[in-house]
Design a protein around this ligand. Structure first.
Ligand code: SF4
Ligand code: SF4
Length: 92
């Protein structure tokens, strides 16, 4: 098993996910509605309203994941600073 999978198996949140405000935000002045983020996210965090993505299920976003941000062609997706959120994960 790869080391990252071993770590993942022991990964626990130190408080309920609903109390951790890690989720994407969308800058609609940059978003062109391509929906790449919507189709990319495996957790169904996004929905579509008026042909633009909306963050429908913010607490479904995996803590410290920011992969959809890298997929956005217009740099319209933002996340908080990861350094402020590592405290919420325990690997024991
Ligand atoms: S990938 Fe970026 S530009 Fe495309 S819909 Fe999502 S936020 Fe908007
Ligand atoms: S960061 Fe990951 S889990 Fe969160 S919305 Fe983006 S792709 Fe989905």
């Amino acid at each position: 098993m790869a080391i990252c999978k071993k770590l993942s198996a022991h990964k626990k949140l130190v408080k309920p996910r609903a109390e951790i405000d890690w989720n994407p935000t969308i800058d609609y002045s940059k978003c062109n509605g391509c929906q790449i983020c919507v189709h990319f996210c495996p957790k169904n965090v996004y929905a579509v309203t008026d042909q633009k993505p909306v963050v429908k299920s913010p607490t479904s976003c995996v803590l410290l994941c920011s992969r959809c941000m890298q997929k956005c062609p217009n740099k319209a997706i933002r996340f908080p600073d990861k350094a402020d959120y590592v405290q919420y994960i325990s690997y024991r």
